[in-house]
Write a protein that binds this ligand. Sequence first.
Ligand code: GNR
Ligand code: NI
Length: 170
Amino acid sequence: MSILTVLEFPDKRLRTKAKKVTVFDKKISTLVDDMFETMYDFKGVGLAATQINVHQRVIVIDVSEEKNAPLCLINPEIIETQGTEESEEGCLSVPGFFEMVTRAQKVKIKALDKHGESFELEADELLSVCIQHEVDHLEGKLFVDYISAFKRNRIKAKLDKIHKLEAKKR
Ligand code: GNR
Ligand code: NI
């Protein structure tokens, strides 16, 4: 198992559209395990493969308090939505920033598990938000795309500054 590097906004690679998984082999199983380890290490509630620079449609999620409810979604599709709701979002790829985002209140999804078996799931509250946030990552979309250009540019400037300082230290 390994903890992987998480790409940070405004890295262009976060804008890549991920491709569907077609083969369910040891490589996918290792990718899923490494993504869970990375997500738990970073104390996130979800992680999309895009964030670790792997452009395949793979998501891991665990919104439980005890961190004992791992959920893996491969090739997820949102097949139904209900209502809208606003909530505060953060992202491991936009560290330290939190903004209100409006999303569907409930979602019904269809996905494959890590063995390639199809299943459906209905979600509300944090799980619903998290699924929509992660599916966006697979499309190259970030939560900062939903806020004003003014706020987004301010976040970009602050992260650019941090990334420059980090590069200098090395
Ligand atoms: O850890 C995370 N918390 C979170 C909080 C509110 C809405 C979405 C999220 S997802 C985020 C982890 C992450 O960046 N996943 O892509
Ligand atoms: Ni994110």
